[in-house]
Every structure is written in structure tokens, then in C-alpha cells.
Design a protein around this ligand. Sequence first.
Ligand code: HEC
Length: 259
Amino acid sequence: MKLRIDRITPLSLDPSPTLQVGKGAVDRITPLSLDPSPTLQVGKGRRRPGLGVSGLMRWVGLALVAIVFVSCRQDMHDQPRYEPLEASEIFADGAASRQFVEGTVARGFLGEDVGFETGLDESGVFVAEFPVPVDLALLERGRSRYDVFCSPCHDRLGEGRGMIVRRGFKQPASFHEERLLEAQPGYFVNIMTNGFGQMSSYAPQLRPDDRWAVAAYIQALQLSRQVPAAALSDDDRARLAGPEADQDEAAEAAEGGHS
Ligand code: HEC
């Protein structure tokens, strides 16, 4: 038998599939009033029987799916710009990213001052003087960088028993060893710059000024065990006694609470 499509009966739809929203909730979905079905009239005008409720639901479903797909646009994800390493037809080499002009150096990365950059000056001697003012701000910066990048192995006190070491990594020397107490700040900066044995370089993580800040903090850690109490100011000595005094008070308070 030969099939011939005569015509497609147009759908007669209720104006729109309205969502009636009341009190913030969807109360009901007005059912679509459809012509029985979008029938393909085949051959001598034989008609499929009208759609039941299930057929109607299928059309509502299809309409919803269509709405979802039509509204799905990728504009925010696919913006009109080049991603790193993306190809481009604009340039002869086919790459969107351009090479630096030869000899370009990023601001602050000229590296002219070898002693400042590496802790080792031109004559191969470890720098003994800090090239930046050593103040509280520098020590705070040093402490924050040290705690992030060094303490996992050297621990927060510099004894070399950080968590990574306790999990099996080689144990470094304690910063409180005689040999390292005598080391110049440039020695620490140099090791951070170039690495040392099993320890890798931390130059990618720490700019030169941060390396000096960490070196200052390491020396502060060392000093913290070397200062005779008599050398402290009265204020600082008073604060030394502080925590214990506090504890005593707390203990008394606790006892008072129990009785
Ligand atoms: C992943 C662990 C690890 C981290 C993180 C690490 N180190 Fe080390 N460090 C070592 C080890 C291990 C050694 C000893 C290397 C060797 O002898 O092969 C060492 C050696 C050193 C030494 C030389 C000590 C000596 O014996 O002369 C210095 C100084 C030092 N580290 C400073 C630092 C500073 C500063 C940082 C943070 C910027 C840091 N390290 C971060 C593991 C680490």
C-alpha cells in the first residue's frame, strides 16, 4: 500500500499553557485543550482515534522539554574571548597567545641584585645584613609564610619534626642547632631560593622579599630560646609570668566554684 501525507491538521491550542500561581505555590496547571491530536492523515483520510488523558500529558511534557531546551543558552560559559592556549586564525602561528617580546622582564623580576635575590652575593659570601628593615611587620609576614610553607616539615618551632617528617620524610636539622644559630640570614634565603638536598626550592612560592621575611622569622625563633630573662624589658618579663599567674587565678576560681 502506498502512503501519502495529505495534510497535517494544525493544533488548536488554548492561548497558552498557563501556570496559575497563587500564594507562591503552583495551584494547578490549566489543562491544554487540544484538538484530539496532530494527526497525520494518511491515505484516504483515515484518522487515529483521539488522544486520551495520557496523550495529553505527553504533549504537555513535550512542551515543557522544549521550553527547557530553548532557554538553555551557553553565553555565560562560552564568552567571546580566547582561553589560554586556544587556537586562533588571526595570527600566522595559529596560536591566540603571543610570545613575550624578546628581553622582556616582568616588573620586579629583573634580579639585578644577586645578594637580595639569592642570599649569596657576587663574591660568593652569604649576606650577613638584612637588606630590608627588620620590624614587626616583616616578622609577622615571615611567620605567616613560614607557617604555610616551612612548618609542614620544619614544624612551627623549627625543630624539624613537622607532620610530613612524622609521616616518613627525611628529618631536617633543627634550626636551634649550634651550626644554624651561627648561620647568616643569607644562608636561609639561599636555601629557600635553590633548595637543599631533599628539600626543593621555594622560590616559586616566595618572592625575594618574602624569603628575607622568613629568614628573619627563623632567626626570631632561634632567638626565642637564647635570650636571658634579665635581658628583657620589665614589661616583657611581667608578661612572661603572665600565663602562669592566669593559670593560678583560673585554678583558684575553679576551686572556688567547686566548694
Ligand atoms: C617537604 C619538607 C620541607 C619543607 C616544606 C621545607 N623544608 Fe627545609 N629541609 C627539608 C629537609 C628534608 C632538609 C634536609 C635536606 C637534606 O639534608 O637533604 C631541609 C633543610 C633545610 C635547611 C638547611 C638546614 C641545614 O642543615 O643546613 C634550611 C635552612 C631549610 N630547610 C629551610 C627551610 C625553609 C625556610 C622552608 C620554608 C620556606 C623549608 N625549609 C621548607 C625539608 C623541608
